[in-house]
Design a protein around this ligand. Sequence first.
Ligand SMILES: N[C@@H](CCC(=O)N[C@@H](CS)C(=O)NCC(=O)O)C(=O)O
Length: 221
Amino acid sequence: MYRLHSFCQSGNCHKVALTLQLLRQPWEPVFVDFMNGATRSSAWRDEFNEMGEAPVLEFIELGEETRLTQSGLIMTVLAERHADFMPALAGRNTRERREVLRWLLFDNHKFTSYLATYRFMKSFGASAPDPAVLAFLKTRMDAAFAIVESHLRTRPFLVGDHLSLADLSLSAYLFYPDEEFGGDVLAGYPYLRAWVIRLMAIPGLKGPYELLPGERIAPRW
Ligand SMILES: N[C@@H](CCC(=O)N[C@@H](CS)C(=O)NCC(=O)O)C(=O)O
């Protein structure tokens, strides 16, 4: 049984939940009270994650309690541990596995990072966002979107001709409703939109509010 320390506003936690679902692994969510500062407390950092972030995945491995952080690492470990269920998830061969890793790194650095920060500041931050900061984030987000849009013009999935961790990682935040981004962020990106719709139709790929714990919060604006 896996324990996923998580909360429903977190697309990074959603990435791991989607992976567990697809691999048909038993898991239970453990609520992280992120909005009230849980991950900023020294107790959290000492016990769960010195990086001060969710998600954290706990499980027993070779008789020992194991704790993993960083969604990209967690997803990779899960796909390797349960390869029987879906061998292609981490890539079918060395070349594909490298490609999956390349997209996970791009996601963490340039795709999710700007998209998630933009959404959080727009809808859930403690105070009204600085318009100049929002504009900067939106520009960076659109630059990353354009790269993925171009890549998806000629293929249905990011790596190979099948679903992989790369798709789960980059799409997780796009399962959230438009209103949390202040509008339709996929307007002008038809290939990205078609890809997200394709992923949402895969059995087991549920939205974050169906899978993760915590109260849904209305966007502030
Ligand atoms: N690269 C990390 C990012 C994790 C992350 O930023 N999580 C957010 C919640 S969605 C968080 O805990 N942020 C705390 C902070 O940045 O201080 C991952 O993929 O796990």
